[in-house]
Structure formats: C-alpha cells, structure tokens
Design a protein around this ligand. Structure first.
Ligand code: UDP
Length: 239
C-alpha cells in the first residue's frame, strides 16, 4: 500500500460463500489465500485488522431448519462451521508471516482462545490479526450481526463487508443490467428499502454506534487496501 490508509482499526466481514470460489461447498484454497494476501498487505501498512468469517459455505442453521432440523441446534452447527473457516484463514495468514489469533464466542480451548474483549484489543494493538469465530455465540443471529457487534466492541473505525460485487445496487447487477450502484447510502436507506447488504440487526447496530460500513468486491485482489485508501469502488453506508 503506497498512500496512507484512512482508517486505524477495521473489521472485515467475509461470507463463507466468498471463500467457496466456484465450488458448490467448502473452501477454495486459492480464494482463501487471495483474501489472506489482501489482509497481509493492509496489516503491513499499519492498519489494525480483525476478521469475521461466515459459515454459509459449510452449514446454515436456517437451511437445516427448513429440512426439519431444530433451528437452534442447526445454528450451533453453523457457528462451528465458522470456526473451521477461521482456522483455514489463520493458517493462510500465518503462512504469509502474519501473527494471528482466533478467538471463539464458543469455548474451544484446545484450538483457539475464548473471546475476551480486552484481550482482543490488546492483540490488535500488538499488530496481530484477530479472527472472531463462532459468530455471536448465540443461535438466531448471523455472522453479519457478529461482525457489527465485534466492530463496535473493538471501537473499529469502519466495518468492511467483502461481497461478490463492488457495492450496493438498486437491484441484483448479475440479473438486472439496469441496476445502479450507490456511492453512498444512509443506514435508514438500507433498512427502509430493504437493500440486501447485511441483515437489519447488523445495520441497526452499526447505526447506533455510528460505524461506517464499506461494501466492496472481495474477489478483486488489492481491493481491500484500495477501499481503505478511499480509492477503490465501493458503497459507503453512514448516518
Ligand atoms: N450463526 C448463529 N449465530 C451467530 C452467527 C452465526 O447461529 O451469531 C449460525 C447460523 O446458523 C448461520 C451460520 O452460523 O446460518 C453461518 O453463518 P452465516 O449464515 O452468517 O454465514 P455467511 O452467510 O456469512 O457465510
């Protein structure tokens, strides 16, 4: 990263599906490595980075519930899926030479640390990338909400949502060629127009904490750093 990033501490939310690549399930090691390389570049530029990774590439409670599984039980399985993704990402980041910690909302002491807010802040101050696993630790929530929650707790300057497209559109740009991309939206725009960015509880949490959300395309290498410099293509969601 050549120019100075605008933000000091950020949280990047990446869905499990974004790490799936073109596969129908699981993780594409190349995609994991690409995201890891982007995180390394940003961390090396001096930005304190934390991550929340979804689990939808492995298991979603709501889909299991539609097939007859108890919803809460399915959600716990979904949270465990996020731990698998977190360990894969930790491996890729550490191979690239970055110190990282996985902190789980569900105690799993043999493989990662428990989530302790003050300790997480300390890790970041020391330049370690913290990966928050197991969502909020509660069923009936999503990792989008976990991302907004952890970003607020960490007093991050921005929450970055890495998606499949370069921002928020008026309609799905992959289906509607007339879809327009927004440069900036308010939290209320997203909520009242029911724009598919993050779920409503995540948006509300960000709004209450005046946490800017930057939505960008995670599939383009180098984009994470560009967005943090304010030069990439992205949608900014603010008050
Ligand atoms: N989940 C949960 N509580 C949380 C976060 C996640 O119960 O705080 C479960 C839920 O079943 C969800 C699954 O974990 O479907 C995977 O997370 P998510 O769907 O948010 O992943 P993504 O779509 O970002 O890959």
């Amino acid at each position: 990263m050549s120019e100075k990033p605008i933000y000091k501490r950020v949280l990047l939310k990446v869905s499990g599906e974004a790490l799936m690549g073109n596969q129908g399930y699981g993780l594409d090691p190349q995609m994991v490595q690409q995201v890891a390389d982007d995180v390394v570049a940003v961390a090396r530029a001096g930005v304190q980075v934390s991550l929340v990774i979804g689990g939808g590439n492995i298991f979603r409670g709501i889909s299991a519930a539609a097939r007859g599984m108890d919803r809460a039980q399915g959600d716990y399985a979904g949270m465990l899926a996020t731990v698998i993704n977190a360990l894969m990402m930790q491996n890729a980041l550490e191979k690239a030479g970055l110190a990282t910690r996985v902190m789980s909302a569900i105690a799993m002491s043999s493989i990662c640390e428990p989530y302790i807010r003050r300790r997480a802040i300390r890790h970041m101050e020391k330049g370690r990338v913290v990966i928050f696993a197991a969502g909020t630790g509660n069923p009936f929530f999503t990792t989008d909400t976990a991302a907004a929650l952890r970003a607020a707790e960490m007093e991050c300057d921005a929450l970055l949502k890495g998606t499949q497209v370069d921002g928020v559109y008026s309609a799905d740009p992959r289906k509607d060629p007339g879809a327009a991309r927004y440069d900036e939206l308010t939290y209320m725009d997203v909520l009242s127009r029911d724009l598919a960015v993050m779920d409503a509880s995540a948006i509300s949490l960000a709004r209450e904490n005046k946490l800017p959300i930057l939505v960008f395309n995670i599939h383009e290498a180098g984009n994470f750093a560009d967005v943090l410099r304010g030069t990439g293509r992205f949608t900014r969601i603010v008050e």
